[in-house]
Write a protein that binds this ligand. Structure first.
Ligand SMILES: [Zn+2]
Length: 464
């Protein structure tokens, strides 16, 4: 226990004390389930903690070895975890197949990759550390479904048993035979460990004839096929050719099943983590492979530049100007981090930052403008914001972004020459941004601009 205490004391040096206290109490008194693949946003809400502080706290806890951070590729259809890895480097660009949904999905870092934290066995041993020993429904809850599916805390078993005709544990290398009466409904045979499924579309006149169906579980991902059958007796042969326990279940694709899978809650996405300053500071270079390039559907870029810094050096002298410029960087960095963003890089007196959503970027921009002006009255920071898709890449040993969205954001910034913040249509059309502007009683002015390297003229808006 002394080692544990020492680790938490170290954690307190870098993380918020209330966050550390909440983590410590769950590690000490929480159930096993509460410590498996923790949904950090849900944890923050439950303990009434700020999201950014909580994310940062778990990142520091993972760095100290208190927790294991995993990147889980999720199926957007059923919320199942299609792949769980220790590093983002293992996530590939090609589509991931979901057997349960019989569909393939190209991964994006927005909604398809979640980041979850599981307690390290050295700190506390939980059942999910040996997933093949979990009771079947706990396996579904803790291992199969991602942290974005809002499963009921209690009563999940009852719901699942209602939709389940049969569910068995099939040990490694063993076979089983199940006899059942097919009802006139859509039936799914699903095995969550190997991610195998077979659909039975039951329709037509009932029959007394006994039909046979065989399913083999191995590590080969075969596409899910559908067999049409009439209601009546079926003999299902199951053959587990893997070296782990499998959990074949026969489900009725009822409204209850769809309702269960349809309830979602926010979760920590890979995108949000990549735009988090603590994450960038801790995991600096070890995020993506050089040629990996993963898609992000929507990310917001904010570029700044200090106006008249050359004149400033002339006027106040090198030492004073240098201090002012450094102080301005410190202020911008602090504001970016507090709005859930991250500084990607600085180029001369310019900053490139990312935010998970446009409203956080606009909120940061308004604060930046005021704070820099307060620093020195005639100091002006020119700001441009744009939102869109891009690729997350590793460039010069740094997690960076590539694509036209980045180019446009930089060009929009270069249009700014006075106090006004320049933003694009995709930014002003965000409903949260409208809210911020309305609350601050800001009226936008629109103009059409030709941006270098961009084929069409674009609408650009000024926040005066
Ligand atoms: Zn699915």
């Amino acid at each position: 226990m002394t080692e544990t205490k020492a680790l938490f004391d170290t954690l307190r040096n870098s993380a918020d004390e209330n966050v550390v206290a909440a983590i410590e109490s769950v590690v000490r008194d929480g159930t096993d389930r509460q410590l498996c693949r923790i949904n950090v946003l849900n944890f923050a809400a439950k303990h009434k903690l700020g999201e950014e502080k909580t994310i940062s706290g778990f990142l520091h806890a993972a760095r100290l070895g208190l927790f294991e951070l995993t990147w889980n590729v999720l199926c957007p259809g059923c919320g199942g975890v299609l792949d769980a890895t220790q590093t983002l480097k293992s996530v590939h660009k090609e589509a991931y197949d979901c057997a349960l949904c019989a569909a393939g999905y190209e991964p994006t870092l927005d909604e398809m990759v979640e980041v979850a934290f599981t307690v390290n066995p050295r700190l506390r041993r939980i059942a999910a550390h040996d997933p093949n020993s979990l009771p079947i429904w706990e396996y579904f809850r803790q291992i199969f479904w991602g942290s974005g599916v809002d499963l009921p805390e209690t009563g999940l078993e009852e719901i699942l048993e209602k939709i389940t005709m049969e569910a068995i544990e099939l040990p490694a290398g063993e076979k089983a035979l199940i006899s059942l009466q097919l009802p006139a409904e859509f039936v799914i045979v699903f095995e969550p460990v190997t991610h195998a499924a077979h659909f039975i579309d039951v329709k037509g006149e009932p029959t007394r004839e006994r039909r046979n169906l065989t399913m083999i579980f191995n590590r080969v991902q075969a596409p899910t096929s559908t067999t049409e059958m009439r209601p009546g007796p079926l003999r299902l042969s199951l053959d587990n050719r893997t070296d782990v326990r499998t959990l074949p279940s026969i489900w009725i694709a009822s409204d209850e099943l769809h309702n269960l899978l349809g309830k979602r809650r926010p979760f920590l996405t890979a995108k949000r983590l990549l735009t988090n300053q603590t994450f960038r500071d801790i995991y600096r270079t070890d995020t993506l492979d050089v040629d990996q390039g993963l898609k992000v559907t929507s990310i917001t870029f904010l570029f700044t530049d200090l106006k008249g810094s050359t004149a400033l050096y002339d006027r106040v002298g090198d030492i004073v100007a240098y201090d002012l410029v450094r102080e301005h960087f410190r202020i911008l960095q602090e504001i970016v981090a507090s709005e859930g963003g991250a500084v990607v890089k600085t180029i001369g007196d310019a900053v490139m930052a990312t935010f998970p959503t446009p409203d956080r970027a606009v909120a940061a921009a308004l604060r930046m403008r005021d704070s820099v002006q307060r620093l020195k009255n005639d100091l002006l920071v020119k700001i441009g914001i744009h939102e869109g898709p891009c690729l997350a890449v590793t460039l010069n040993d740094r997690l960076d972004y590539f694509g036209q969205t980045v180019n446009i954001a930089a060009r929009v910034q270069s249009l700014a020459d006075s106090r006004a913040i320049f933003v694009t249509k995709s930014v002003v059309e965000n409903s949260q941004v409208s809210k911020i502007l309305a609350e601050s009683k800001i009226n936008l002015t629109e103009q059409s601009a030709a941006l270098r390297g961009v084929a069409d003229r674009m609408s650009v808006f000024q926040i005066p």
